[in-house]
Ligand binder design. Structure first.
Ligand SMILES: *Cc1c(COP(=O)(O)O)cnc(C)c1O
Length: 450
């Protein structure tokens, strides 16, 4: 007789193809099969408990199985699960749009829904392109992105991506972009000032020569996530926004990872009072419950599409589940919890606590930079701290550390040699204490033997 676990594991192996996963490795390991969640814990079908140390890939906010969020979905389910937004509306989609406009940077007054960060990015790119076309401006058809950028996995989003391992293979099928360096202080001999200067100089030069070919700059504001949690030097984002405005290039802020309190403010743009022309949100929007994303636009962008039908300025884009009522209802409930529980205000104390806990790792010989903004943390493992020599990719140091953490009861997923710690915002100090202990123990176990 097969156990439940064995039966599921066999079917998983036979029929599932997992994202970002080499299936040959995966099928030779014991799969983790989650059955339920409660608070910030996830439980597998064998009854083992794990801290959700990466918020189920950077999504979760209030924990799992949250009564208020569950109730919002059930109540909406009793009305209607889905009706289209193509030429008609539904109640939660309207209410959520009004709410989003209220909490996002000023000027963003229009909400266009989709169902993932990547689709939200596609929409922003197409809107920026068509925005210029609709005004009769010809030639502004290109985009600027940043070195090591990640904006999702659909073709448009991959075009503005710049992570060689994920994106280079597809280059022949992508549209070309201009790339400016993300200001990475750690790898720059001039430190923060030097890195920021290099970015701003590259952007300024590009804009001075090519602005009339460029529709928009797309950026991960303040923190570049998938490249390894890289934090911008203060002031850089603001300067970049000023340059874009001056040269008539739209600014697209991809807040898919940084939005909804993650960096200690509601949106990373708020840290530098930046109001982008287009902003993409996803991940934490529904508290990590359902796939809803949104692209927000200024009145100015919206107005360039607003015309008599015969002028052919309509934005011909949409997805089957755009504005899904269940998803919008749970997003509204999540935003209500943000207010009632002061979720954003409480991030900075939690972030300081994590920072103090991780200080024990600072002097270890294989811990490089510990990068943090709010509750977004990346710990870089290096073969040699002094020379900053990295571990070879084939050693899979990040994967091994995450596996050790799993054995010790916490889930996370590395970015190469960078260990990611992105706990749900709702994590209590006691939970952060336990998770950071596991994190430190796994890192020391893998890098210093045992
Ligand atoms: C995760 C992510 C995306 C893609 O979102 P999906 O919902 O996975 O498509 C886009 N941009 C950033 C910055 C992200 O972190």
């Amino acid at each position: 007789m097969l156990t439940d676990y064995e039966r599921l594991a066999a079917m998983n192996k036979d029929h599932l193809w997992h994202p970002f996963t080499q299936m040959k490795d995966y099928n030779n390991s014991d799969p983790l099969i989650i059955e339920r969640g409660e608070g910030i814990m996830l439980y597998d079908v064998q009854g083992r408990a794990y801290y959700d140390g990466f918020s189920s890939v950077w999504l979760n906010v209030h924990g799992h199985n949250v009564p208020e969020l569950n109730q919002a979905i059930t109540e909406q389910l009793g009305r209607v699960a889905h009706s289209t937004l193509l030429g008609m509306a539904n109640v939660p989609a309207i209410e959520l749009a009004e709410k989003l406009v209220g909490i996002t940077p000023k000027g963003l007054n229009k909400v266009f829904y989709s169902d993932s960060g990547a689709t939200g990015v596609e929409i922003a790119i197409k809107m920026a392109y068509q925005h210029w076309h609709n005004q009769g401006v010809r030639g502004k058809t290109k985009f600027i992105t940043m070195n090591q950028a990640y904006h999702g996995d659909t073709i448009g989003a991959v075009s503005v991506g710049a992570i060689p391992l994920y994106h280079d293979l597809f280059r022949p099928m992508l549209f070309p972009t201009y790339v400016v360096p993300y200001p990475y202080a750690y790898r720059h001999e001039g430190g923060e000032t030097g890195a920021m200067k290099a970015t701003l100089t590259a952007l300024r030069n590009l804009l001075e020569t090519c602005a009339d070919e460029i529709a928009a700059l797309i950026i991960e504001p303040i923190v570049q996530g998938a490249s390894g949690i890289i934090v911008m030097p203060p002031g850089c984002l603001r300067e970049m926004a000023v340059l874009c405005r001056k040269h008539g290039v739209l600014l697209i802020a991809d807040e898919v990872a940084t939005g909804f309190g993650r960096t200690g403010v509601m949106f990373a743009c708020d840290l530098e009072d930046v109001s982008p022309d287009l902003m993409v949100v996803g991940k934490g929007l529904t508290g990590g419950y359902l796939p809803v994303a949104a692209t927000l636009a200024t009145d100015e962008v919206y107005r360039s599409f607003y015309a008599d039908y015969q002028e052919q300025k309509t934005f011909f884009h949409g997805h089957s589940y755009t504005g899904n009522p269940l998803g919008c209802a749970v997003a509204l409930a999540s935003l209500k919890l943000f207010e009632e529980r002061n979720m954003v205000e409480r991030v900075s104390a939690k972030a300081s606590f994590v920072e103090s806990k991780l200080a024990v790792l600072k002097e270890r010989p294989h811990v490089g930079e510990i990068r943090q903004k709010g509750l977004m943390i990346g710990i870089e493992l290096v073969r040699d701290k002094v020379s900053r020599e990295p571990y070879d990719w084939s050693e899979r140091i990040g994967v091994r550390t995450s596996l050790r953490a799993r054995e010790l009861g916490m889930l996370t997923r590395p970015l190469g040699n960078v260990i990611v710690f992105i706990p749900p915002l709702a994590s209590s100090e006691a939970e952060l204490d336990a998770m950071t202990d596991i994190l430190a123990e796994s890192i020391l176990h893998v890098t210093e033997g045992g």
